[in-house]
Design a protein around this ligand. Structure first.
Ligand SMILES: [Zn+2]
Length: 429
């Protein structure tokens, strides 16, 4: 409306101007050096108007070139960007349903639309098969912001191809970028374990504990496991003294470390040092009463009669009288010595505390059979054993699978230092 009235006003002004010029005719006379120009006022006005219109048209053309140029206009760039982002969305969606071929196609389209943007590279990295990634990784390595992403991929690839030394170099580079990242540090530690670089692994544990990336207790436990693993290796290689020293070091780190204690007891027994074996068993029983250690304690005196054995075990279990395995061991030796009363006394508190396990009920069934030949009562206990909680086991704390024996690395999930003795926890689905 405003525009229209402006045009009308302009038209009226032009008409009035034209009429005024017709009524007041005149000439314009310009001389410059040898040049002389004569113009009527009407022609001059027409020229001036034409010039103004030409300037206006040029300005319009310039504006159009700046904003609507099909090659460079912000509008067009924005539309390309939108298309690129749409391709990215389609790519990630395809990847989510594991359609990697489509994901790669969309990422390549996005790459041509979003020229210079690293987002399509990241999609390509995620979608490409391992062997086709090298170019993408190279491109991502160029900028500091995406270097870590490239390194993570490279480490993964190096591990798949079992290039463990390369993986370590890459992890060192990652640690330089992010020195306090617990995941990288932990990964580096695990790599050193896989490479069986025990000394470096121990040093890396110390560093991790110093920077508070792991707790001191975890550090001690893992160091103990490393020492034990080294001891087993040394033992297999016939280096018995070295094996003994490494086991001692493991126990220094974690005095209740059952496999190391059992290993060292066997070492002492093999060297006829019964008193050292007994002392170690007694000390360990106070903090970690484990059936294997109980069995080794029985083996200290192979020639004794059942009553002598019962009396010896009675003293031994007094070191940790309320532990489940103390009571089981005592009941077991009492039964062998036909000390029925003592066997019952050993087991009763477990029933009262409601901490009975399958083994507790099996021992009670045995008591009924041996003392009174009461098969019916024994059957009642065996039925209870069927529903009672399972006895403690070696179990991996990472994958929760029970294991028959201790191992430094879990035979199922491969995690290091995760197998612990204790009550069974539910296995992960
Ligand atoms: Zn495991």
């Amino acid at each position: 409306m405003i525009r229209l009235s402006l045009y009308i006003t302009l038209a009226i002004l032009l008409a009035v101007g034209a009429v005024w010029l017709a009524e007041h005719p005149g000439n314009l006379h310009i001389t410059w050096q040898d040049w002389e120009i004569r113009l009527s006022m009407a022609v001059f006005s027409a020229l001036a108007l034409g010039y103004t219109l030409a300037c206006w048209a040029l300005f319009k053309l310039y504006r159009w070139f700046r904003t609507d140029n099909p090659l460079k206009s912000p509008k067009r760039l924005e539309s390309r960007r939108q298309k690129g982002l749409r391709e990215m969305d389609l790519g990630w969606s395809a990847l989510a349903v594991e359609d990697t071929a489509s994901a790669i196609k969309h990422a390549q389209k996005a790459q041509s639309l979003l020229n210079g943007d690293r987002a399509p590279l990241r999609l390509l990295l995620a979608a490409s098969p391992d062997k086709d990634r090298s170019d993408v990784i190279k491109a991502l390595r160029q900028t500091p912001e995406s270097r870590m992403l490239a390194l993570v991929s490279e480490v993964k690839q190096a591990r798949i191809e079992n290039r463990l030394k390369d993986a370590q170099t890459l992890l060192d580079e990652m640690l330089e970028i992010s020195p306090k990242n617990p995941r990288i540090a932990r990964q580096r530690f695990e790599l050193l374990i896989d490479r069986e670089q025990w000394a470096d692994a121990r040093a890396s544990l110390t560093a991790l504990a110093k920077t508070k990336l792991i707790e001191a207790q975890t550090q001690k436990h893992l160091t103990a496991v490393i020492c034990y693993r080294q001891a087993v290796e040394a033992d297999l290689a016939g280096q018995k003294t070295q094996a003994r020293d490494l086991t001692k070091e493991a126990l220094k780190q974690e005095p209740g470390f059952i496999p190391a204690a059992a290993f060292l007891v066997r070492h002492h027994l093999a060297h006829d040092d019964k008193s050292a074996a007994r002392k170690l068993l007694e000390n360990t029983w106070k903090i970690a009463p484990h059936p294997d250690l109980g069995q080794l304690f029985l083996e200290l005196e192979p020639m004794e009669n059942p009553s002598e054995r019962f009396r010896r075990v009675q003293k031994f279990t007094q070191l940790n009288p309320n532990a489940l395995h103390s009571r089981h061991l005592l009941a077991q030796t009492a039964l062998a010595a036909q000390h029925w009363q003592e066997a019952k006394q050993a087991l009763d508190p477990i029933i009262q505390n409601q901490t009975a396990t399958r083994a507790t009920y099996h021992l009670l069934a045995q008591l009924e059979r041996q003392q009174r030949q009461d098969d019916a009562a024994a059957e009642v206990y065996l039925a209870k054993a069927g529903t009672a909680p399972a006895d403690p086991v070696w179990q991996c704390q990472a994958c929760h699978r029970p294991q028959a024996t201790f191992a430094a690395s879990c035979p199922d999930c491969g995690k290091f230092g995760k197998i612990e003795w204790g009550s069974q926890k539910t296995q992960r689905a």
